[in-house]
Structures are given as structure tokens and as C-alpha cells.
Design a protein around this ligand. Structure first.
Ligand SMILES: [Zn+2]
Length: 83
């Protein structure tokens, strides 16, 4: 089962891969066997995802389609999961 993670509990996740689907945004994160699904404060699971390459390391920036909630995570590896 995929675990739903509220945005408020997602601080500090290290993202190893991600995929965006009709059911929402799924993240592979360090320390978890299963994918987690990111849930916004507004209850939606759909996010605009951008990978940013910064001096301190790559980041994954997610923005909620519904309420514009935004969060940034450390990104490890090459980012986007194989489709
Ligand atoms: Zn939202």
C-alpha cells in the first residue's frame, strides 16, 4: 500500500525519484521501501514538479495545483523515475 504523507509531515524528505500520475504525485524517498503520496493541506495530491540544480545540490520543488502550497526537498540521484 502506498502511504499518504501530509505536506506538513514531509519536511526533510530526501527524494530519490518521483512520478506524477492521475492519482497524484508519488515519491520514492530515502528510508522508505514503498512510495509515498504527497497530500496538500487542501487535500489534493496533484503537484507541479520542478527539478532545480543549485550550488548546494539538486532540489525538487513541488507546488500544489489547488492552493499553491509549495515545498522543497533534497533530490538524490537523477530525479525523474523511469516511466
Ligand atoms: Zn493544495
Amino acid at each position: 500500500m502506498v502511504r499518504d504523507v501530509p505536506i506538513g509531515e514531509s519536511l526533510g524528505l530526501v527524494v530519490k525519484g518521483w512520478r506524477s500520475t492521475d492519482e497524484g504525485l508519488f515519491l520514492r524517498v530515502q528510508g522508505h521501501q514503498e512510495e509515498v503520496r504527497l497530500v496538500s493541506r487542501c487535500g489534493r495530491c496533484h503537484w507541479i514538479v520542478r527539478e532545480q540544480y543549485r550550488a548546494e545540490g539538486p532540489k525538487l520543488v513541488v507546488t500544489c495545483h489547488g492552493c499553491n502550497e509549495q515545498m522543497t526537498y533534497a533530490l538524490e540521484g537523477s530525479g525523474a523515475a523511469a516511466r
